[in-house]
Ligand binder design. Sequence first.
Ligand code: ZN
Length: 159
Amino acid sequence: MTDVHSPEGRSFNMSRIRSRDTKPELIVRSLVHQLGFRFRLHRKDLPGKPDLVLPAHRKIIFVHGCFWHMHRCRYGKVVPKTNAEFWQTKRRGNVLRDRANQRMLRKLDWEVLVVWECWTKNINEQLLPALQSFLATVDRCVEFKQEVTEETEESTGMR
Ligand SMILES: [Zn+2]
C-alpha cells in the first residue's frame, strides 16, 4: 500500500509501537485524527462510554483489550493460571455488556466499530484499513493529503 503517513505521523506511530506501554487507544486516536476526523472521548451519556465518538457522522469506535473482551486471537484466549474461574466470569460479563451496549447504540442509530488491541500491533495491514473502510462510508472521501482542508471543514461542521 502507498505510504499515507506524514513524517510526523510516522515517527509518532513508530515511537508508539516501540514503546513498552503502548496505549492502543492513543494509537487509534492518532490515526483517526490523521484521517481528518474530529471526535469526542468517552461520552458518558452513551451506552458503554464509547472511546471515540464522531458525532457529525454518527459513528462510534470502541478500543477493546483482547484479554478483557475475549477477542478470538491468541491474546484473547489466554487463561490465567490463578483464579481462572473468577477471570472467566469477569471477562464473560464484559462480553455480554459489550454486546448489549452495541445493540443499544445501533438502535440509537449509531454505527459501531470495535478495534481490537492486537490490530494496533499491525497498523498498516490491519488497523488502518479497518478504520479507513469504517470511516469511508461518510458522504465525502477523506485523503491524508487533504488533511488540512478536511480538518478545517470538520471543525466548522461540528459546531
Ligand atoms: Zn486480539
